[in-house]
Design a protein around this ligand. Structure first.
Ligand code: PXP
Length: 251
């Protein structure tokens, strides 16, 4: 089959920190989870340092940068504070995500069309520092065109609508969203953008997306951390890896 590269799994560890912060204790430690995820076959670790620090902390990011042997994908809002932090750490990848309602499209991705000039200036120094810049957007041609125009190297397509509709049993609508993701993955790839997909993926929704030949990375967090309660973190990740490999025709 004509795949355009290995499908990488980025494990998002934010919600290990959510559980830790619920008690203000030191455990569970998201860095321990990141190291276990590496052992279980994660190709990268994703962490979102939110402006309100509701889960991942600045110290978590320091420790991840020091400890990880796989690439760190640093998710952040397009703010001056986050830009300074990213320029200090120079992570392998930076993914720009919306945090405030007015920064979002109706589908929940970043509204690049409305804010293209500012975002172009915002990402330029991150690229110059050597980070690969990804923009989290809806599967919408205008947003993809805008991401290309501002100089992003990667887009991450928002899978939330597809996954939510699937979970509600609205299968015709979720199939339509899946089709949109498929078409827009192909369109973005034709423009020379690397395509990632994330948000809301589960064992039930991952395979059709993993089978898109143009997609090179999936970022998955909440479901895996939840499933870890029942299976343990490493078996939960290994099962996701297996489903992705199966969808890719590798098993
Ligand atoms: N990709 C991006 C850009 C995200 O912001 C998130 C977290 O919302 C994810 C992927 C992971 O989503 P989830 O935790 O639902 O798997």
């Amino acid at each position: 089959m004509g795949y355009f590269g290995k499908l990488r799994l980025g494990v998002n560890i934010d919600h290990v920190a959510t559980v830790r912060n619920a008690r203000g204790s030191a455990y569970p430690d998201p860095i321990r989870a990141a190291l276990m995820a590496e052992e279980a076959g994660a190709d990268g670790i994703t962490a979102h340092l939110r402006e309100d620090r509701r889960h991942i902390s600045d110290e978590d990011i320091n420790r991840l940068v020091e400890t990880l042997s796989v690439p760190l994908n640093f998710e952040m809002a397009a703010t001056d504070e986050m830009q300074k932090i990213a320029l200090r750490h120079k992570p392998h990848a930076v993914c720009i995500v919306p945090e405030k309602r007015e920064e979002r499209t109706t589908e929940g991705g970043l509204d690049v069309v409305q804010d293209d000039n500012r975002l172009a200036h915002f990402i330029a120094p991150l690229r110059e520092a050597g980070s690969r810049v990804s923009i989290f957007i809806a599967a919408d041609q205008r947003q993809i065109d805008a991401a290309k125009r501002i100089g992003a190297q990667v887009i991450e397509l928002h899978a939330g609508a597809y996954c939510d509709l699937h979970a509600e049993g609205r299968l015709e609508e979720s199939d339509a969203e899946l089709e949109r993701l498929r078409e827009m993955s192909s369109y973005a790839h034709s423009l020379g953008l690397e395509v990632h997909v994330g948000h809301g993926l589960t064992y039930k929704t991952v395979k059709p997306v993993a089978a898109f030949p143009e997609v090179m990375e999936l970022n998955i967090g909440h479901f895996l951390i939840g499933e870890a309660i029942f299976l343990g973190l490493q078996p939960a990740i290994s099962e996701m890896r297996r489903l992705m490999d199966e969808a890719r025709g590798l098993l």
